[in-house]
Design a protein around this ligand. Structure first.
Ligand SMILES: NC(=O)c1ccc[n+]([C@@H]2O[C@H](COP(=O)([O-])OP(=O)(O)OC[C@H]3O[C@@H](n4cnc5c(N)ncnc54)[C@H](O)[C@@H]3O)[C@@H](O)[C@H]2O)c1
Length: 342
């Protein structure tokens, strides 16, 4: 559902590459689906939403619209008996997100969130190293991402409130909480600001940072340079642990040459990892692959909507803080619900 920019550049290429069958697509704007069958081997372009929802061979609905219409579409898909992969940010607010989680669980269907960054090769490999305890206890997570939001000018993205913290940085809040899994976040502080070289015609502020404090003294910092002029717009990260350090870079969208990077320093030795693929394509295939696998194995997917509640709570807390010039916003609700974290 929804065949915009990201579906053409990442969802469908990812599914095609890994042999995921796409029964059909639907978009409210018929022009959005032009040429999509020929380009990606999609079987059907539906003229009406109900045709998609009523199709007996469709098991999973991939909701790839903007978040404003997402909750209603998720509900319709569940009512039609379909599992759901919902684009991020999952919902406009926590109450809606919680209701969707409960509706999915009541219906016995699986709702997952397309936090495809979890399968960006360097972030994924870092997650596996952390889970294996290779760097000991994670004490600090730091991100610095180069980005330029010029592409949002004249699009609906420029009208989204808290574009950078809510719509974009949700991936960074999400991966950070994965790396600090099991710890209790206490507060989030954040700011958004217009950068000096940002065109006056753009509405959304392009610069942002957010800091997350944890009960045990661990901390995280996310800094987005929103008007970077660089031919290497990598998203750098460092994970400091009690026994070692992981550092690396993921590549975002666009035909960026080169590979994602990851190195591990421990006990005086630095190991560089050879990584294949990139966030766009592999990450998107990973998010769908995890959902498909979880359905077959009858288990909760790693990217379940329930697991996403804390990611969304951190993101929304950052937005709230930014509205009040960086005031610390306390966290408790989703962690309490999830029994500590997950
Ligand atoms: N890495 C990522 O995960 C990533 C990257 C980019 C965008 N996104 C997210 O994906 C979503 C879409 O982004 P985009 O860049 O493709 O936007 P877009 O504006 O290019 O596309 C959105 C599409 O949804 C369609 N649509 C709107 N209402 C609909 C409805 N009721 N039913 C069916 N179709 C409907 C629109 O016609 C449009 O074609 C956003 O939430 C964005 O944040 C995620």
């Amino acid at each position: 559902m929804g065949c915009g920019e990201i579906v053409r550049t990442a969802h469908l290429p990812g599914y095609e590459r890994y042999g995921q069958r796409v029964v059909g697509v639907y978009d409210v704007r018929p022009e959005a689906t032009a040429g999509i069958r020929e380009q990606f081997g999609v079987e059907t372009v539906f003229g009406e939403l109900d045709e998609l929802l009523g199709h007996p061979e469709i098991e999973i609905v991939d909701v790839a619209t903007h978040p404003d219409v997402r909750p209603a579409l998720v509900r319709q898909a569940l009512a039609a008996g379909k599992h759901v992969l919902a684009q991020k940010p999952f919902a406009p607010d926590l109450a809606t997100a919680r209701k969707l989680v409960e509706e999915g669980e009541r219906s016995g269907l699986t709702v997952a969130v397309n936090q495809n960054g979890r399968w960006a090769p360097a972030w994924r490999a870092a997650t596996k190293l952390i889970e294996q305890g290779v760097i000991g206890d994670v004490v600090a997570v730091t991100h610095l991402y180069h980005h330029n939001y010029r592409f949002t000018m004249g699009t609906v993205f420029d009208e989204i409130e808290h574009l950078v913290l809510y719509d974009y940085s949700v991936h960074w809040f999400d991966i950070t909480r994965c790396w600090l899994e099991g710890k209790t976040a206490t507060a989030v502080r954040a700011r958004e600001y217009r950068t000096p070289n940002q065109p006056v015609e753009s509405s959304a502020p392009w610069g942002a940072w957010a800091a997350i404090d944890y009960e045990d003294g661990s901390s995280a910092l996310i800094r987005g340079v929103g008007s970077a002029e660089t031919s290497r717009p990598r998203k750098l990260f460092w994970v400091h642990g009690s026994e070692g350090t992981i550092r690396g870079a993921v590549l975002g969208s666009g035909p960026v040459p080169g590979e994602e990077e990851l190195e591990l320093e421990r006990g005086g030795t630095t190991t560089r990892f050879q990584l294949d693929g990139s966030w766009h394509t592999n990450g998107f295939a990973g998010a769908m692959g995890e959902l498909v696998t979880a359905i077959v194995e009858k288990r909760e997917p790693y990217n379940s909507a329930r697991h996403n509640l804390l990611s969304l709570e951190l993101t929304l807390a950052a937005c709230l803080s930014a509205e009040d010039d960086g005031r610390p916003v306390a966290l408790e609700r989703e962690q309490a619900l999830a029994g500590g974290d997950r």
